[in-house]
Unconditional design. Structure first.
Length: 151
């Protein structure tokens, strides 16, 4: 069942092709399922498929044990369609990889449109530094579940 207030995440949401967005989505009950390497790799494969299908152009991402930060330039479709497809495909991939057949992702997602004048590389560095801030590693290079077009 959706938590009260989830509908507010969608209120006023606007999707604009070619616009830059920082997307964040969380696993159900913040379960740290991506500590499992095959589960993380299966999810990353689905993330990359979104680029191959021209739904978006990924600029940076980090897959944390219980959530994903994803910096994109939106391609065809809407943010909702992109996230729905990603969550659905990644859930199916996780089930095939042996994950329990339960809801993987929390309903909804957070998005933030970025202005062109913002330093996009600074946002990317912030994303990539997430494992350091979480105390998982000392340096970004020690964490294997991230990528960035500039680094």
């Amino acid at each position: 069942m959706d938590r009260q207030g989830n509908h507010r995440l969608r209120k006023g949401r606007h999707s604009e092709q070619g616009r830059l967005y920082l997307l964040t989505t969380v696993t159900r009950n913040r379960a740290p399922i991506f500590k499992n390497l095959p589960f993380a790799r299966a999810t990353i494969q689905q993330l990359r498929l979104s680029d191959q299908e021209a739904c978006c152009r990924t600029l940076a991402w980090v897959l944390m044990p219980d959530h994903l930060h994803w910096l994109i330039e939106l391609g065809h479709g809407t943010l909702g369609e992109l996230m729905c497809a990603f969550k659905s495909r990644s859930s199916c991939a996780l089930y095939r990889a042996g994950a329990d057949r339960r809801r993987i992702w929390q309903p909804g997602f957070h998005d933030r449109a970025l202005r062109r004048e913002q330093d996009i590389r600074a946002v990317a560095r912030y994303i990539i530094a997430n494992p350091i801030r979480a105390g998982l590693v000392q340096r970004a290079g020690e964490y294997s579940h991230w990528d960035c077009v500039w680094l």
